[in-house]
Design a protein around this ligand. Sequence first.
Ligand SMILES: Cc1cc2nc3c(=O)[nH]c(=O)nc-3n(C[C@H](O)[C@H](O)[C@H](O)COP(=O)(O)O)c2cc1C
Length: 232
Amino acid sequence: MDFFDVVQKRRSVRKFTDQPVDSQLIEKALDAALVAPNSSNMQPWEFYWVKSTAHREPLIEACFRQNAAQSAQELIFVVARLDTWKRNQKLILNWIDTLDSPPKVLVNYYKKLIPLAYMRDPFFIKDTLAYLMTTLIGWFRPTPRVSFGTARAFETASKSTALACENLMLALVAQGLSCCPMEGFDEVRVKKVLKLNRHSHVVMGIGIGYAAEDGIYSSQFRIPRELVVKEV
Ligand SMILES: Cc1cc2nc3c(=O)[nH]c(=O)nc-3n(C[C@H](O)[C@H](O)[C@H](O)COP(=O)(O)O)c2cc1C
């Protein structure tokens, strides 16, 4: 399928048929998700592909038994994490080591700047200092504004994770599947089932399958283009 056909074809499908989904199609879509653009290439995401019925039932329950979850042949919960950055930083630095003459600026970026941005301290001392410093410097010249607090850190991680979700969904559609992104779930319960800690945020659940005839509830509505596209 042409890229634009895939984009147009993707709709949120809330009812799926009983036809099972070949695992290879999911694997391929996950591979597409993993090459999504992401902030500083820190890849803060995790994908929980629900395989066991022991997990599936309580997860459907946590999604309020909505159709998109209940009738889905496959379910994936996509999670943003704040506590994998050290591991990922190490892996990236190892990879940089394998490059022919890696630029020093790249090494410094991952060794020095990444910890500044990603390290979390429970009393927000680092955040407060960084906030005051960048605000002060920002009066005089353009300055990277650091994120303050856990909510902003989750925002950063969730942006990248949401892009991976879109790659995943488009890859599913390109292979003839349908899906529905969901944030209609009880996150506390989803995290409990998936044994996720407080450094994790469940960005989306994705129900996957082959669309039932009545799987799309209405025609697609979009806000008029002139209200949202601004030429500046
Ligand atoms: C972050 C996010 C959360 C969503 N949560 C739900 C949900 O819980 N249940 C549902 O049926 N649809 C959900 N949707 C689907 C939206 O309702 C849908 O994308 C929107 O109405 C536009 O329709 P379309 O996807 O068919 O273009 C969600 C979509 C996104 C991006």
